[in-house]
Design a protein around this ligand. Sequence first.
Ligand code: ZN
Length: 472
Amino acid sequence: MLSIRLFFLVITLTTLSLLSFVAKAAEPDWNTINQETLQRFQAMLQVDTSNPPGNETVLVDQLANILIAEGIDVEIYSRDPNRANLVARLPGNGSKQPLLLMAHLDVVTVDPSKWNFPPFGGTLDDQWIYGRGAVDDKDNLVASLMTMLLLKRSGIELDRDVIFLAEAAEEGGVQWGIEFMTSEHFDAIDAEYCLAEGGGVIRENGEAFYAGVQSGEKKRRTALLTVTGAAGHGSVPTRNNAVVHLSNAISALAEWQEPINLSDSSTTMLARLAEISQAEAAARYRALLNPGSLAAEEAMLYLLDNEPATAALLHNTVTPTIINIGYRYNVIPSAGTASLDVRLLPEQDFDSFLDEIAAVINDPAIEVSWDDALVRPSAAVQLDTEAFQVIEQAYQEHYNVPVIPRMSTGATDMSYVRAKGVSCYGVGPGIDSEDLPLGFGAHSDQERILEQELYRFVRTYHDIVVRLAASQ
Ligand SMILES: [Zn+2]
């Protein structure tokens, strides 16, 4: 072993031209790999893993056969035999902590009558591949699988273990998937970094515009407002009418604006959006970097009207979603409830936020509480990491676009992994921004991906993993 290392050292020092030749020879044959990617991707799309019921085990068996045939060890974990999770591991030399490649096996359900192509057909038509899961999340699934196969075939030495987790039940039922894996089998997936879904390259008019990398997510809970008053006849107005108290409470919350609160991730997001935007928009993003200023307040009002998804990332939010009160036109009801969808920034505290809601409502007739649904864990995300740098480099090289870190307003399974101390980043392929309103996006009735963008993503993903894991 020592003599082999020495031999390579001599080559490195003396024959640089030979080294570059060796490097080129080691570069995979991407034309052949693209064909294999297409075939494996279509095979995945052809397995119906609609959740509910999921049936992820059918796809786990398909993946296990592929991995085992190439000499990669596979472990299968399940609480329910139909809802399996697969873990495969390529061992490294242990000089760095492992890298986890995570993707989910399940997809949301379909209404087949709305599809022009069979939802589980994996049809390739005019440069597009159609099928449920094409961009959520069988794109990440095939990128992870292909990367595992390519690393194994290359025989490249790894500084860290590379772990592949194909998980069940991301679209609902975390107890079969990520909650189960992190609470009972975390040893099997413990890592320093994790790559998963939630990012991607935004294309406009067929050109890559920027790459969004999911770097954090808000945490959610449902707050309940419970109102009580005296029941009575509708013909006799009263001052303690519960309907009036409840609607006043909701109006007060609607008027209330939580102040701008910038995380590491949203500061970087705003600064980079400013760099790539036209002058007027750029000025707005820059103004938001000074929360508390008049310009920031004006910019926030603009975002609330025109870019609500970006506005939501800059502060805690409360959205009334259900009002449940009254049962007869001429009866003043004595009780009722309203539900609020509360989304907090990662480092905020739920209980003190509930006190703030109560203070805004300021009405003794209304009790404020959390519902008892499961609370997803959450954790802040670091951007000054080796992994984020490598992801940025790879997207810059393959797409020639800047990378914008972006929190999600919704939760993903990364929340469980991040809460265990793993730095997770969401990556994805190029998606035409025009495709979403046309109904071709994730969860739509014509979910699809551009064939060439799938290949470009697999290659980018592979490069990220090689740079993070291969011995230098
Ligand atoms: Zn997904």
